[in-house]
Design a protein around this ligand. Structure first.
Ligand code: BF8
Ligand code: SF4
Length: 634
């Protein structure tokens, strides 16, 4: 089985081949094969203790669970619960940021600050908070109250959803009765309606899933906004990506997980002279080398230029270099397997959050009020562990690629403003109209063991770029493109079609980059999927159309998590055709599969498109883009 097309991952896996103790996600996947067919189709249910119940997909055995639920109900309930899981995760992340902003406004949490006052004012104004002549701290206090109110039931709906989408979308959501009244109640409602003997109507359950997904959207937007206020709105920054960013002569510390509350403070503290000196004292001539993994890696890459080591599915390979002195984690997408992998090397796994501990790891509870001290304590543990490193076990693949990251919506608009300061969106819209930019595709989501790591991303993007589709990327998708060299000026010359290359070159030169803009714009982590929506909404509003009419598509060609399910679902609600390269567990219900891939189109404009073959998927997305262009008269 081809496990990865990433050269660094391939090298490290080959280096450790045959190691009896050392297993990776790919080994454990093979040990699981064949995976349960009922589970794959989504037709098993454990929602009560009379179960588990399962439906025979061939129609010969049981067609109903003990309570009478059929395949349609069971599949819809399973999908809705996945959306609720994703929403709980993103909103936990957002809530954590809101609590810290509240502490800042109250004069506590002294290690954090309001870094981006302009963003604070812009977000506050957007959600209806007065800003003129007011102190930042007062605005922040009101903003936090408003943010925390998003989590508890209220009549008027979610401010972070209502103020960030088109009018047309809001009308569609109201018509379908899927406007969430709060983030927490949306999650709770899905859990309620999918528990034993509540909602048995599959279509009604799917509407509940859509409502919850819109709460997820609000949570993602809230998280991205608050992170910008606390740590700064990302601006283009040049860095490097892949395992070669680890250094044999430095103390290597990887930040893994999601919330910048932990990683940004560590990134700040790591540049303190005492920390660098401590690393040198420990014998590391090159000092301290902080790198990122997964979405928190994207956060510190975008704001500090910290290099990105690898993505989620290959997180164990960072440990397998034998050169990682500490892996510092907060929450989400951290495989418990990292502790097992660390047993074969010297890496210290440090957990930091009360809700995310792990056998085999050392727990250093992260405390918002003493964030910098906690960060220093964590770094010192990594530095002390450098002396445990066994030089004979060190194997750092040389591969790295340059990557320009940090394309927040604000950064994109500012770059376009260099071409037309009066009307920054005009160059983008004019080039879409002229066909130089045929359409835009957002790549999002994870890497899965079910396809060779990055294969779908790389094959699809080459085809789309050659056909003048501008690419936006977030999450592990952005990691894939960073590691494979798609986030450079050279990539524009190598991969972009003539029209797209001309636009990117003109914009890059006007912006003083000394070369073209990269053809794949790194827009951040998974919660940052709200950022491309901001750009799309601005374009739609300017054109006077709805999101469902734009030649904009999305793809999660290697998706894994419940968070990805939630994002994919709200992207459909936003009116986007959303490609999935791996079928989600819904194929056991023809009704659910048909609603998601077809019927939903008439209601929302968006829909799912499942295509495992990357070439066919790219062709399908191009066809959709062209249909939408025709719809706009282009
Ligand atoms: O939130 S893309 S594997 S790291 S879930 Fe996780 Fe998927 Fe990566 Fe970030 Ni997003
Ligand atoms: Fe079986 Fe119904 Fe219980 Fe699910 S809820 S386990 S289908 S009896």
């Amino acid at each position: 089985m081809n496990r990865s097309i990433d050269p660094a991952v391939t090298e490290i896996l080959a280096h450790h081949k045959g190691g009896a103790q050392l297993q990776t996600a790919w080994d454990r996947y093979e040990a699981q094969l064949p995976q349960c067919g009922f589970g794959e189709l989504g037709v098993c249910c454990r929602h009560c203790m009379q179960g588990p119940c399962r439906i025979d997909p061939f129609g010969e055995g049981a067609q109903r669970g003990i309570c009478g639920a059929d395949a349609d109900t069971i599949v819809a309930r399973g999908l809705a619960r996945a959306v609720a899981g994703g929403t709980a995760s993103h909103s936990g992340h957002a809530r954590h940021l809101a609590h810290v902003l509240k502490k800042i406004a109250a004069g506590k949490a002294a290690d954090y600050a309001i870094t981006d006052e302009a963003k604070l004012k812009a977000v506050a104004a957007r959600v209806g908070i007065a800003t003129a002549g007011r102190a930042s701290r007062d605005i922040a206090r009101d903003l936090t109250d408003k943010a925390l109110a998003e989590f508890s039931d209220k009549d008027e709906g979610l401010a972070w959803a209502a103020t960030t989408v088109t009018k047309g979308r809001l009308e569609v959501f109201s018509r379908l009765g899927i406007v969430p009244t709060s983030i927490d109640s949306s999650v709770a409602e899905v859990m309620h309606r999918t528990t034993y003997g509540v909602d048995a109507d599959p279509v009604n359950i799917l509407l509940g899933a859509l409502k919850c997904a819109l709460a997820d959207y609000a949570a993602c937007h809230l998280a991205a906004d608050l992170a910008d206020i606390l740590f700064g709105t990302p601006q283009p920054v040049v860095s490097r990506a892949n395992l070669g960013v680890l250094k044999s002569g430095a103390v290597n510390i990887a930040l893994h997980g999601h919330n910048p509350l932990l990683s940004d403070i560590i990134a700040q503290v790591a540049s303190e002279p005492e920390m660098i000196e401590a690393a040198k004292q420990a014998g590391a001539a090159e000092g301290l080398n902080v790198v990122g993994i997964c979405c928190t890696g994207n956060e510190v890459l975008m704001r500090h230029g910290i290099p990105l080591a690898t993505s989620s599915v290959s997180q164990e390979t960072a440990i397998m270099t034998g050169a990682l002195d500490a892996l510092v984690v907060d929450y989400q997408c951290i495989m418990p397997a990292v502790a097992t992998a660390a047993e074969c090397f010297h890496t210290k796994i440090i957990t930091t959050m009360p809700i995310a501990k792990m056998p085999g790891a050392e727990h250093v509870e992260f405390c918002d009020e003493r964030a910098a001290d906690c960060a220093r304590k964590i770094l010192r543990k990594g530095i002390a562990n450098f002396q445990q490193r066994n030089a004979d076990k060190v194997c750092i693949p040389k591969h790295t690629s340059a990557a320009i990251a940090g394309f927040s919506a604000e950064a994109i608009i500012a770059t376009l403003a260099k071409v037309n300061s009066e009307d920054p969106l005009k160059p983008l819209i004019d080039n879409i109209v002229a066909g130089n930019i045929r359409g835009i595709c957002l790549f999002a989501g994870c890497n899965s063991v079910k396809v060779p790591q990055d294969r779908n991303y790389v094959e699809m993007v080459k085809l789309l770029l050659a056909n003048n589709v501008l690419i936006l990327a977030t999450g592990c998708a952005s990691s894939a493109y960073a590691r494979h060299g798609f986030m450079t000026s050279e990539a524009t010359k190598q991969y972009a079609g003539t029209g797209l290359a001309a636009v990117l070159t003109a914009v890059g030169e006007a912006a003083g980059l000394g070369g073209p803009l990269p053809p794949v714009l790194h827009m951040g982590s998974c919660v940052d999927n709200a950022r491309p929506v901001d750009v799309a909404v601005a374009v739609a509003d300017k054109l006077g159309v709805d999101l469902s009419q734009l030649p904009v598509v999305a793809s999660a060609p290697e998706a894994v998590t419940e968070k990805a399910v939630a994002i994919g679902t709200w992207a459909v609600a936003a009116g986007l055709p959303v490609h999935l390269g791996i079928a989600p567990p819904v194929l056991g219900s023809k009704l659910v599969a048909t609603v998601l891939t077809d019927k939903i189109k008439g209601l929302l404009g968006g829909y799912f498109l499942v295509e495992p073959d990357p070439a066919k998927a790219a062709a399908a997305l191009l066809a959709v883009i062209d249909q939408r262009r025709v719809g706009l008269g282009l």
